[in-house]
Design a protein around this ligand. Structure first.
Ligand SMILES: *[C@@H]1O[C@H](CO)[C@@H](O)[C@H](O)[C@H]1NC(C)=O
Length: 189
């Protein structure tokens, strides 16, 4: 009986370890992405550390607003591993989102990341929906300086409900968060 409990407990421990270690932990100081490598690994192969420069850990231009002249009235500027190779294996990234008046980031989810967002200009209505069976909508209007977190995998959205333009900065717990746009997934596939 005691050994059975031990077996069950160790299964739970393994499951929890898998959940909490969602993105592999680095096994070295850094692993700057080498997009030219033909090695197939989970993430990107490491550039020879002797070739690594400060610019591999740097990105510029996040102060420049995105072009929101599109059907949704919003623009995403990602700083993911594709834009900042030093993010490879570190389990973190960020993005700037600009919103025209009534601009929308439609319902979507990130399969690999929790997202924490802060409003730096304007007023945003944000929200997410809990998973089945509740499907509860949790929403809030954010003012400049407010922070909101979208838990990993859950469907969420942002909408500019202020009188002018808005913009926000998000941090995401993956070098490559991925995006599943609900409407595109259902009707575009
Ligand atoms: C913004 O995008 C629109 C539509 O693609 C384009 O016509 C316009 O020139 C762009 N504006 C700037 C400042 O790039």
């Amino acid at each position: 009986m005691a050994s059975r409990i031990l077996v069950i407990a160790s299964f739970i421990a393994i499951a929890v370890a898998i959940v909490t270690a969602f993105e592999p932990s680095p096994l070295q100081d850094f692993c700057v992405a080498d997009p030219t490598s033909s090695a197939r690994v989970n993430g990107l192969a490491c550039l020879d550390s002797k070739k690594v420069q400060a610019n591999h850990f740097s990105f510029s231009g996040l102060h420049i607003p995105g072009n929101t002249s599109n059907a949704l009235g919003s623009a995403l500027k990602p700083v993911f591993v594709a834009q900042l190779p030093g993010l490879n294996t570190l389990g973190i990234s960020m993005a700037r989102i600009d919103y025209a008046p009534w601009g929308l980031v439609p319902p979507h989810s990130h399969p690999r990341a929790t997202e924490i967002l802060t409003v730096l200009e304007g007023r945003l209505l944000v929200g997410f929906v809990t998973s089945n069976p509740e499907n509860r909508l949790i929403t809030k209007v954010l003012e400049k300086g407010d922070v909101f977190v979208f838990p990993i995998g859950l469907v969420h959205f942002q909408r500019n409900v202020g009188p002018g333009n808005a913009f926000s900065i998000s941090s995401l717990s993956s070098q490559n968060p991925g995006v599943i746009l609900i409407a595109n997934t259902l009707f575009g596939s």
